[in-house]
Design a protein around this ligand. Structure first.
Ligand code: PMM
Length: 284
């Protein structure tokens, strides 16, 4: 199906602080995790200068936004203390923002949200969908974009036998409720992104059901972000270890975009950008 026919959401421009993103093509969000234990890039970017160089390289590869995270959300990951998370992410956010790079911060903590926005982050990406006390307040008046993701349980427990009666209906209802809570706090729809949270308290069957529901989620009135890059689902489908999942991840990003995702969150920016360009050039 042509993308134009799936372009249902009302806001065709995503407002992220000083940045306005025209959603006529999928945005590619590049990932930099400043953690020791993220499943894919854990330990690679703990050194600030390496993290900054990697963020700038991803921008050079064509990333529209760089998503900076300091707390791994992999299944069974231990929570990171506030001071440690700030220490990890702030130098990177400050450096990228100074270079004019649109930066998103991937955090569940209101204090990190505030500090990141103060330092120039234009988007806050919360896998906890702004449910922590004070999280909505931390972003409401700032003008930054917000991404609210669905997660069942917490990272510590989420992959222990996740269950749903109807995964698509439950995730859609959750996202609708969180988007309403954000709007009630004064955050306009043009600032809101929703995300079904692939791999966050979901089996492969749940992820596949949600993937097939992307066209429906894209009709809810908000741009949809899809994050499948190098995840276990890609490994389950291809039989590949985490460092060999690039082709599967690019295929997933392309299919997600074709099915209505407006943003794809990826590690392999250059390859994903190329795939999107080829798709758009052929126009099918
Ligand atoms: N996945 C991860 C972390 N943050 N944020 C959003 N909005 N959506 C995701 O799917 C998502 C996320 C885990 O992946 P990583 O450890 O490679 O960053």
């Amino acid at each position: 199906m042509a993308r134009a026919t799936l372009h249902f959401f009302m806001a065709s421009i995503l407002h992220c602080g000083a940045f306005k993103f025209l959603l006529e093509r999928p945005l590619v969000v590049g990932i930099v995790n400043v953690t020791h234990n993220s499943f894919s890039d854990g330990g690679r970017f703990l050194d600030p200068s390496r993290a900054i160089a990697h963020g700038l390289a991803l921008r050079g590869d064509g990333a529209d936004l760089i998503d900076v995270g300091g707390e791994s959300t992999r299944p069974d990951a231990e929570p990171v203390a506030l001071e440690e998370e700030l220490r990890r992410v702030m130098p990177l956010i400050e450096a990228l923002a100074r270079e004019g790079v649109p930066v998103s911060v991937d955090t569940m903590k209101p204090e990190v949200m505030r500090a990141a926005v103060e330092a120039g982050a234009c988007m806050v990406n919360d896998v906890n969908a702004f449910r922590a006390p004070g999280a909505i307040d931390a972003v409401a008046r700032s003008g930054v974009g917000v991404c609210a993701m669905h997660m069942q349980g917490t990272p510590a427990t989420m992959q222990v036998d996740p269950r749903y009666d109807d995964v698509v209906a439950e995730v859609a209802a959750f996202l609708r409720a969180r988007a309403s809570a954000l709007e009630v706090a004064g955050i306009g729809a043009e600032r809101i992104v929703i995300d079904p949270g692939f791999g966050f308290g979901k089996t492969l069957a749940h992820n596949i059901a949600l993937f097939r529901a992307l066209p429906a989620l894209a009709t809810m009135g908000y741009p949809v972000l899809a994050g499948l890059s190098r995840k276990r689902s890609i490994g389950d489908i291809t039989g590949r270890p985490v460092d060999s999942r690039m082709a599967g991840s690019v295929a997933a990003a392309l299919l997600a975009a074709q099915n209505g995702a407006s943003l794809v969150r990826v590690h392999d920016v250059k390859e994903t950008v190329d795939a999107m360009k080829v798709w758009r050039a052929f126009g099918v």
